[in-house]
Design a protein around this ligand. Sequence first.
Ligand code: PGA
Length: 283
Amino acid sequence: MPPASRLYAQLPWGILGGWHLFVLLMSKRPLVVGNWKMYVEMPQEAKKLASALRRKARTFSGVEVVLAPAFPLVPIVAAALKGSSIKIGAQTLSAYADGQHTGEISAAMLKAVGASFVIVGHSERRSSPAHLGESDASVRAQLVNAHAAGLTAVLCVGEQERDSANGTHFTLVAAQLTSALQTVAPKAAAKLVVAYEPVWAIGKSANEAMRPADLREMVIFIRKTLADILGRTAGVRVPILYGGSVEGENASQLLHEGGVSGFLVGRASANADSFLEILKVLR
Ligand code: PGA
């Protein structure tokens, strides 16, 4: 039996499969967030990439697209996309709302310079050797601040490694969600997106991405966990994205067989052609 069916058979939440399908059918446009990381560094480069995508926007009108440049580029990209359907996100935000915190960037500042989305708890910040400071507690505080400013938070969760024998990746993802969402009220779920990003699949190539059947198991599990935390009505509405080596060649399979609402794309989003390849598949 393939893993997805095994999971359905073994656990008492087979009903969630049908429920999830219902959600997919009823759901809005797919959502794709381009996480430019530090791939796009210079204002001219950012403007060029944003403008190239803007010119093609009608070819992906069926997809909700968000670009997440580094902080200094947020207002530049916002200006380049003014009046277009493409939205702007930031790659992180401060756990503090304001005050005496040198170098920090608050949710309100991001909002003021054009962001409406923000990525929270990306694995490169949670587990980086540079200790970029994102503990479970700070991720929780970042979510609260993002929501207080009216930003949509893209909460990243995902295991470092797969332990198929013991399924510890399920336990870890549930713990990350439970911790981060402790203080999120069900009504704030309208401004919440969960991005499942298995760390072992990030920054590689399409053939090293997660298998769609494995993704589907995890998506069902995340949906169930969200319903437990936020209540069924709110939990069912939260879009679940996949991130980790998404390219044009694997996007369709991951979307349809994996059962996600869209993608958080890193490397392939930093180039207009490769990003458009993904959007073309989803439109
Ligand atoms: P990738 O990155 O698409 O380069 O794997 C995804 C991410 O880290 O958000």
